[in-house]
Design a protein around this ligand. Structure first.
Ligand SMILES: [Zn+2]
Length: 900
């Protein structure tokens, strides 16, 4: 036995030693790596393999070449060349982006595994849903299975290195001969998502070649392009409800293949941070996961310190609280999210970087100090190159593959155990489930929640009869989510109230996301175990059919808070629609204020039914006060430097079919806004103050254009500019003021509400700041409607509503005006924090949440909240939709507002 082993090793060494190397690669890597300690023996060489193309063979340059970035089509061209040359590779389709680019995943393993990929997919599917298997059977499957270890890069387009590095990784995985690579190919299925946001990648690469390729120093650095993908920027990693087509495709891929590990490669802090899942941690996720994460990240640190590479650390950065990061699709589904941040320059130029915070560069957390989790810290100053970035990331990734391939069975058993534990915890620990009762006045909100749960692979059923539980009685047709299912833990995480574990801990993103509160839908947590036995019919997609009761020449479409009410108005834009201002009854049906009166037609009936609305046919118009719901000429203002939160509002408007012009400083400065528009919405944007909205990107003398050209076809999308710097300036604010005085309605959301206050468009309203002790990472808090008859509250029958509030302005209205101008306020008590964390809640006590201020012939509507936040707080959206639909109908009594 011993003899044979020796023979094998000798034979193996002989084979490995024979592999020819590319001397040019080794020479250039040495040249591009800025210090000898910034490379490892894993990546300082490139073997040659007959017939297998390297990235350079296809692209003409090595990965890590200074000033070279690769467009999506060329990335795919490389992977396709690799696939046609080797039976170790298979490319799997994963859909198309918003802009029509291909999404693919590249699978790499030994030939036999690739040939039997479907079989391995089947094994993982069983481990992901082990119902019906006992432990022994599951472990037998785990013994035959292989874990998929999936890497992804390019979610954030400015983080340019990972999509480059992944090509070289793919090549090595296919071509390199060594015991390590053999073990990886034999024991794992490596998958690579070459670029998670293909639209943004192409736009960023174009931008790099247009504006950033000549950057030599930190001071030269130009801001990024105004857009990555179609709507959102960095928040593609915060799209908890998978609103974006591209991100939804990745989730579908995940649920088709169940990779037990997803490893998302980002770029920011020096030199490399490897995520270990620190506190605050979501306690609902499996303890095994919290042990796996530091196990793997510590292994990588061990290896990289062994190679002498400084600046690798694994604590003190991102935590495990919010489930909304894209890669969390894995940990949320009993897998494991891994993540790196590697240092990068936002392009492919080599440049000197000051890493430690100094007075000049803002003084963020110091990531160059020695700490227990950073025993070999990054240098305070460094010349950094693209190749350094590749070396670090690739060395880390290969170390991760070393341990994962060495412990493949452990990882598979863990995956199974996490799945099993999720099912078991749902049958042994309360809450045992959730009920979304049928018969809620607006079931479209329930449909929103149910369909997101379904998208996430969570099983939902409809009760076939009335449900009697200790927690209450619910009518037949109620939606039932039982916890004893593979993704029962995720259901709990999404539906429960977030109880923040420690007020002294900060979190990287949101503290709250409770879907029922965000949507203003009733979701009942169930402590009665009997829910597990409630007979249900499984729901695939939950559709709410609209209804029209009775016959008559006029339809009263109920304003029951459905967001699709605004859609029906726009779909029938050529029809005269009126809104009633007082509730009345038609037979047994209460028709609430804000309901529409529409002449009956087949078309109107069809739209009402399609949109899940309820209507009652009337023989004549009721004798209650009403007004015409005419449609405004609508604009949405965006800075060039902060388009993301605008993007979320654009997404919501597009989704609900509200047409608008997207305008920038160019249009504002041109003036005569009132000639073109009735309403201008300024979504939340900027860097926390009004100045950053007014002056936006600093002009450094040279104009920075964002224009489409033959050479740069992706630039100039969603608006163009010959110079994106400088902002609207004081002249712009003056034009906004003129717009309002001439009868326009200006609506500001969140941070943007500083603008009218601080630039005197609303002279009496102040916007103040919270104290440094105040901390509100997006909790859901209670707000009280103080002017229930204002049309913006049509569809809100309750006095208090849950709203999301982060660090928006603290508005202040003079005492005498409060009664008239404050439409909604924050009680600001401890018990008004409904989910998540608000530290220093007293600071918002009795502060206005929404203010309406007349000015000249127009008015300004200021939200301290953001009613269109990341496609989450859809319950608040009607406040904005109503404000648009009834723009010239409020306040009726005030002489200063005009109905044009
Ligand atoms: Zn990132």
């Amino acid at each position: 036995m011993k003899h044979r082993l020796l023979f094998f090793l000798a034979a193996a060494c002989a084979t490995y030693a024979q592999q020819a190397q590319d001397p040019e690669f080794a020479r250039l890597v040495k040249e591009w790596t800025t210090k000898p300690e910034f490379v490892s023996p894993l990546v300082d060489h490139l073997p040659k393999a007959a017939g297998i193309p390297t990235p350079k063979d296809v692209l003409g340059y090595y990965v890590g070449t200074p000033k070279k970035l690769t467009h999506v089509a060329d990335l795919l061209r490389y992977y396709r060349a690799l696939e046609s040359a080797s039976k170790r590779v298979k490319i799997l389709p994963a859909g198309r982006t918003d802009e029509g680019r291909e999404q693919v995943v590249v699978a790499i393993a030994d030939e036999d595994t690739i040939r039997n990929l479907e079989t391995y997919r089947g094994y993982l599917a069983k481990l992901a849903d082990p119902r019906g298997l006992n432990d022994q059977q599951a472990k037998q499957i785990a013994a035959q299975a292989k874990p998929i270890y999936m890497f992804s890069g390019g979610l954030h387009s400015a983080e340019t290195g990972p999509p480059e590095m992944l090509m070289e990784l793919a090549y090595r995985l296919v071509a390199e001969d060594s015991p390590l690579f053999d073990q990886v190919r034999r024991n794992l299925i490596v998958m690579i998502a070459p670029v998670l946001e293909p639209d943004g990648r192409d736009r960023y690469v174009d931008w790099y070649y247009r504006h950033k390729i000549n950057e030599e120093t930190e001071a030269d650095r130009v801001a990024g392009p105004p857009y990555w993908g179609r709507y959102i920027y960095h928040d593609n990693n915060r799209d908890i409800n998978y609103s974006q087509v591209t991100m939804r495709n990745w989730l579908k891929f995940y649920l088709d293949w169940h990779p037990p590990i997803m490893h998302d490669l980002h770029e920011s802090v020096p030199f490399m941070y490897t995520f270990s899942g620190q506190a605050p941690q979501n306690p609902t996720l499996d303890p095994i996961l919290y042990a796996e994460l530091p196990w793997l990240s510590n292994f990588e640190m061990t290896k990289m310190f062994g190679y002498g590479m400084p600046g690798v650390w694994d604590h003190g950065y991102v935590d495990m609280w919010s489930p909304g990061y894209l890669g969390f699709m894995s940990s949320n589904h009993n897998g494991m999210l891994r993540m790196y941040e590697t240092f990068g320059n936002g392009g492919a130029n080599t440049m000197k970087r000051s890493v430690a915070p100094t007075e000049g560069n803002g003084g963020g957390p110091n990531q160059t100090t020695r700490e227990w989790y950073r025993p070999l810290p990054p240098y305070k100053e460094v010349v950094w190159s693209m190749r350094n970035n590749t070396n670090y990331m690739e060395t880390g990734v290969l170390s991760a593959l070393e341990i994962a391939s060495g412990y493949a069975k452990t990882l598979l058993e863990n995956f199974y155990e996490k799945s099993r534990n999720s099912i078991q915890s749902g049958s042994s620990e309360a809450p045992f489930g959730y009920v979304l009762p049928s018969g809620q006045s607006d079931m479209t909100r329930v449909a929103f929640i149910v369909n997101i749960l379904r998208l996430q692979g969570i099983e939902v059923g409809r009760a076939t009869a009335d449900v009697k539980l200790k927690d209450g009685t619910f009518p037949a047709g109620s939606l039932i989510v039982k916890r004893n299912q593979p993704y029962g833990r995720l259901a709990k995480i999404l539906l429960e109230k977030q109880v923040y574990p420690d007020q002294n801990l900060r979190t990287y993103d949101d503290a709250a996301w409770t879907m029922g509160l965000m949507s203003h839908a009733e979701v009942q947590e169930i402590s009665d175990k009997a829910i597990l036995d409630v007979p249900v019919q499984p729901v695939d997609t939950f559709r709410v059919p609209g209804s029209v009761q009775g016959d008559g020449s006029m339809l009263a479409v109920l304003h029951n808070g459905a967001n699709s009410l605004v859609t029906v108005r726009y779909r029938l834009k050529d029809v005269k629609v009126e809104a009633i201002e007082q509730t009345f009854k038609s037979g047994e049906t209460e028709i609430p204020a804000g309901s529409f009166l529409i002449p009956s037609s087949q078309r109107a009936r069809t739209e009402i039914e399609n949109l899940g609305l309820k209507a009652v046919a009337l023989s004549a118009a009721p004798s209650v006060p009403r007004h015409e719901v005419d449609l405004p000429r609508l604009a949405m203002f965006s800075t060039w430097g902060s388009t993301q939160d605008v993007g979320w509002v654009r997404y919501a408007f597009d989704y609900y079919e509200i047409p608008y012009d997207l305008i920038y400083k160019e249009r504002v400065r041109k003036g005569n806004l009132r000639d073109s528009y009735d309403v201008i919405v300024i979504p939340n944007q900027g860097r926390g103050n009004a100045k950053s909205i007014v002056f936006d990107l600093e002009s450094k003398g040279n104009p920075i254009d964002y224009m489409k050209s033959q050479e740069f076809p992706t630039l100039g999308a969603y608006g163009d500019s010959s110079d994106i710097t400088g902002g609207m300036g004081l002249e712009g604010t003056l034009e906004l003021d003129k717009f309002v005085k001439a009868g326009g309605v200006l609506i500001t959301l969140g941070i943007s509400s500083y603008l009218p206050a601080e630039y005197g468009i609303t002279q009496t309203v102040d916007a103040q700041r919270t104290s440094p002790q105040f901390y509100a990472p997006g909790p859901i808090v209670e707000a009280e409607i103080t002017q229930p008859s204002n049309p913006i509250f049509y569809g809100y029958p309750n006095k208090t509503v849950p709203v999301r509030y982060a660090n928006g302005p603290l508005l202040r209205v003079p005492q005498d005006d409060r009664k008239k101008q404050v439409l909604m306020r924050f009680p600001g008590t401890e018990k008004s924090v409904l989910s998540g964390l608000m530290k220093g809640v007293a600071e918002i006590q009795d502060r206005p949440a929404i203010v309406e201020v007349p000015s000249g012939r127009g008015r300004v509507l200021m939200f301290a909240t953001n009613p269109a936040y990341r496609w989450q707080n859809l319950g608040e959206f009607n406040m904005l939709a109503n404000a648009i639909l009834h723009y010239n109908d409020v306040p009726k009594a005030s002489a200063s507002a005009t109905a044009e």
